[in-house]
Design a protein around this ligand. Sequence first.
Ligand SMILES: Nc1nc2c(c(=O)[nH]1)N[C@H]1C(S)=C(S)[C@@H](COP(=O)(O)OP(=O)(O)OC[C@H]3O[C@@H](n4cnc5c(=O)[nH]c(N)nc54)[C@H](O)[C@@H]3O)O[C@H]1N2
Ligand SMILES: Nc1nc2c(c(=O)[nH]1)N[C@H]1C(S)=C(S)[C@@H](COP(=O)(O)OP(=O)(O)OC[C@H]3O[C@@H](n4cnc5c(=O)[nH]c(N)nc54)[C@H](O)[C@@H]3O)O[C@H]1N2
Ligand code: SF4
Ligand SMILES: [Mo]
Length: 580
Amino acid sequence: MKSTTCPLDCFDSCSVVLGEDGRLKGDKNHPITQGYLCHHLNNFHKIKRIEKPIYQGKEIELDEALEVLKNRIKVTEPSKIIYFKGSGNLGSMQSIPRMFFDKYGATLTKGGLCEEAGIFGIEEGRGAALPLSPNIVKNSEVVIIWGRNSSITNSHMLPALKGKKLIVIDPRVTDIAKKADLHVQIEPRCDLYLAMFLSRLAYMEQMEDAKFIEDRCENFDYFLDEINGITVVELMEKSGVDLSIIGQILSMIEGRKVSILVGIGVQKYTHGHSVLRAIDSFAALLGLFGKDGCGVGFIDDSSFGFGKPFSVKNKKRVPMPTADFGNFDVSFIQGGNPVTQMPCTPKVKEGLEKSKFVVYFGLHKNETSKMADLIIPAKTFLEKEDLKLSYGHEYIGFMPKLIDSSIGISEYDLCSYLMKEFKFGNIKSEKEYIDEFLSDNSAQKDGLLISKYLVNSPYSEKFYTEDEKFVFFDEYDDDFEEEGDFYLLAVKQNKSLNSQFYTDDFLRVPLGLGLKDGDEVILSSGDYDYSYEVRVDESLRDDCLALYSGGKKSNMLTPSLTSEEGDGAVYQELKVSIIK
Ligand SMILES: Nc1nc2c(c(=O)[nH]1)N[C@H]1C(S)=C(S)[C@@H](COP(=O)(O)OP(=O)(O)OC[C@H]3O[C@@H](n4cnc5c(=O)[nH]c(N)nc54)[C@H](O)[C@@H]3O)O[C@H]1N2
Ligand SMILES: Nc1nc2c(c(=O)[nH]1)N[C@H]1C(S)=C(S)[C@@H](COP(=O)(O)OP(=O)(O)OC[C@H]3O[C@@H](n4cnc5c(=O)[nH]c(N)nc54)[C@H](O)[C@@H]3O)O[C@H]1N2
Ligand code: SF4
Ligand SMILES: [Mo]
């Protein structure tokens, strides 16, 4: 049986079997995958890929393309080159070209387009963000799904939710919200106050785990000062959640084993790190860490504890969400589509137009490849050696090369070529790097390899802060000034993985607006105006519009900003108005 692991940016890291007919199937024996894959890999064989390199609009051979790339790099001052890597393939070996660009002295990026604000907050409190696996969640009694759309983005969690009391906190009526025992259709951007409100009332009801707080936490008194410093009326106003709902949530979770599954929805804001810290602090108050059936999961740090063979020394870095390609003579873009995925598409396009030489190294044509001077086709995950660590569970995914193909080049071979041409010495073999990643960080479970840090419940022995204690949060800043009439949500959909596969550009609008499918509206953010075709969506609150990630227009209006901490993108730090 030829088996491998799904390379896509997803919680589940499914174990995949390659059939004789070239189709992919889910591995029945894998504890998470349980025999099924999602729409993306079920249709992977149908997706058209880039087959030949293209230079200034003309197809060329791969060796010519590599020569063009080398010559261009040679004549460019190193810091005027930017290496920008997206998350089209999350295999560990995908970062190897960074090693070359680092050695050459190119500018790299810091932070990212996804979970970085939230992760910063988690690390402040817990020291490290360890994944919360379905294997732990299945032993919960209550699961709170907080700004995560599990049915779409994390479908292999669903079996673990069966029979549990479900609380969903989401401004949209998602499928999982329809199945929930309680759905809090929260106003966007209010989760920080909801977490504080819940903590305040839980403490009033003496629901705190005093022993856990005494033995394993720090800063609790300051946290109490913070949550007691706001009146209940103010918390109710700021969270938009009624006292009776707080009572309902607390009575559902009191004395129960509770898991909280947080998604990126709550942290697409400048204060995103504080939101995760506040949710974590609520969980710590209840003593939910380190026990079976309990915990808080996010888009966690899949590489925690593993070796880092490609770690870089270079200090020249720009924040990824606001990287201005116009400042660079060579923009090398690998496995990403910044034109549609970075905040503020108009600014990204302007930068790419100004950048003297744009290289796109990827699998599919997209809005970014359209702007590239040189396109280099990548190999698919079936055609190269790799390793996949999961941000949603403990299993290590091996990705051996399963098929030979004459199309494209792997990230390893591209790096190897450049290292040789620039006389930076030979690089190690792929196998040696993969062993370095694994280092001594694996343990056996059910005949599979897992991360050593996840043999027991995360944090059952310690937190990873300096003195191994959880640090409660005690301050936040939130100075968002509302202009405009609607929140503009940025969400995922089932047929695309960000901009890969099948995307759409429709603007979802609430029923209450009285618009019909097919109507055209012009949205304004104050800085930019853009027109959209409407699809009516009953799942939305009356104060929300939504765009799916991956569409050509999804970041037309998003401001070019980064989070206060973590250099994360903040897709929802705006309100828009319909001007026509
Ligand atoms: N099918 C599919 N799966 C994917 C992806 C994909 O594109 N398609 N992308 C992958 C990637 S890169 C990631 S990072 C993960 C993300 O996984 P999720 O976090 O599940 O994805 P999102 O759709 O961004 O956001 C989840 C929910 O947050 C809600 N939300 C928005 N704003 C707020 C808010 O202010 N408060 C609260 N409480 N909720 C809010 C949205 O309505 C949405 O339902 O999914 C991964 N899986
Ligand atoms: N409006 C809005 N914007 C968003 C989001 C949102 O929810 N809303 N989500 C954000 C999030 S969470 C994320 S993670 C980012 C993702 O944004 P990106 O990282 O830009 O991801 P994709 O759009 O999936 O583009 C991935 C590209 O990688 C290429 N690729 C696939 N496999 C390989 C490979 O093996 N090698 C190489 N070299 N290339 C490959 C594909 O051809 C594809 O074009 O988008 C962010 N942008
Ligand atoms: S995208 Fe996620 S759910 Fe779909 S096959 Fe890959 S790992 Fe599994
Ligand atoms: Mo992401």
